[in-house]
Design a binder for this molecule. Structure first.
Ligand code: SF4
Length: 251
C-alpha cells in the first residue's frame, strides 16, 4: 500500500510530553484554520514529495531504543482510510523498539472524525491523542476559527470526540491555540469547564509569523505572563470535581 507521507522529523522532544518521538506529517485537512502554519500541507500537499515508508522504518531501526514513539500529525490524519493500516504496520514492524517494548503512537486530530478515533482506540492502537479545541463550542464561532462551515452536526462530531477522550481509558490532551482576536480569556475557562476531569488541557500561544490568513500577522499574541496565568487557571478548572450528571454529550 502507498502511504503519501509528506513530512518526516527524525527527532522531536516537544510533540509528546515526556517522550522522544519521530513525527510523520500526513497531507490535507477538512479545516482551514485561519492561524494554520501547515497551510501548504493542507492546500497543496502535491507540492511535497512522499517520504517512502521503508526509508522511515530503516531510519527508526537505526535509532532503536532512542525513539519512544511516532507522532502522526498533519493536516488531519483521520481523513485517510490508510491511517489504520499505517498504524497497524508501524506497531507490528520488527526492530523499531527493544525487545518487550512497544512503539508508542500519538495522534494529533481536530476531532471531526469521532468514529475513526473510536475505532483506533478500540483496537488499542493509540497511546496518546492530542485533540484541538479550536474555540467556543458554538457552531458559528467554531466555524469562524476553523475556516469552514460546520453546523450543529459538525459541532456534535467535535463534542463526540471530546467525550470519547474524556471517558476512554487512554492518555490524551486537549489543546487550544490562542489567537486573542478569536477567543477571550473567559471563553477559554468555559472550554476548560467543558472538559473538566480531562488529563491535560494545554494552551498554545499563537505564532503570527506565517498564518494562513495574512492579516493575522498584525495580531499580537498573549504575553507570556498572561499565558502562564491562563494555563494555571485552566489546570485548576480541569481538576475540579466532575458531577456524574455532567458526563453527557452536550451541544
Ligand atoms: S486543523 Fe487547522 S491548524 Fe490543524 S492542520 Fe487543519 S487547518 Fe491546519
Amino acid at each position: 500500500m502507498d502511504y503519501p507521507i509528506k513530512g518526516f522529523i527524525e527527532t522531536s522532544f516537544s510533540d509528546w510530553p515526556g517522550k522522544v518521538v519521530a513525527v510523520l506529517f500526513l497531507p490535507s485537512c477538512n479545516f482551514r484554520c485561519l492561524y494554520c502554519h501547515n497551510h501548504e500541507l493542507v492546500f497543496l500537499p502535491e507540492k511535497y514529495p512522499d517520504f517512502p515508508l521503508e526509508e522511515i522504518v530503516k531510519n527508526l531501526r537505526k535509532r532503536k531504543g532512542w525513539i519512544d514513539g511516532i507522532c502522526l500529525t498533519g493536516g488531519e490524519p483521520t481523513l485517510h482510510p490508510w491511517l489504520l493500516p499505517l498504524i497497524r504496520y508501524l506497531k507490528s514492524a520488527a526492530g523499531l523498539t527493544p525487545p518487550g517494548v512497544s512503539l508508542g503512537i500519538k495522534l494529533d486530530t481536530n476531532g471531526t472524525r469521532p468514529e475513526v478515533l473510536q475505532g483506533l482506540m478500540g483496537e488499542g492502537l493509540l497511546d496518546y491523542v492530542a485533540m484541538d479545541l479550536k474555540g467556543p463550542l458554538e457552531a458559528h464561532r467554531y466555524a469562524s476559527i476553523a475556516g469552514v462551515p460546520l453546523g450543529e452536526e459538525g459541532l456534535a462530531r467535535i463534542q463526540a470526540s471530546i467525550q470519547i477522550l474524556l471517558q476512554g481509558p487512554g492518555d490524551y490532551e486537549f489543546r487550544t491555540t490562542l489567537v486573542p482576536t478569536f477567543i477571550g480569556e473567559e471563553e477559554v475557562y468555559t472550554l476548560a469547564r467543558r472538559v473538566r476531569g480531562a488529563k491535560r488541557y494545554t494552551l498554545q500561544n499563537f505564532d503570527p509569523r506565517d498564518p494562513l490568513d495574512e492579516s493575522l500577522k498584525n495580531v499580537a499574541p498573549f504575553d507570556e505572563q498572561t499565558l502562564r496565568q491562563m494555563q494555571e487557571r485552566v489546570n485548576e478548572i480541569i481538576k475540579e470535581k466532575v458531577a456524574s450528571s455532567e458526563f453527557q454529550v452536550s451541544s
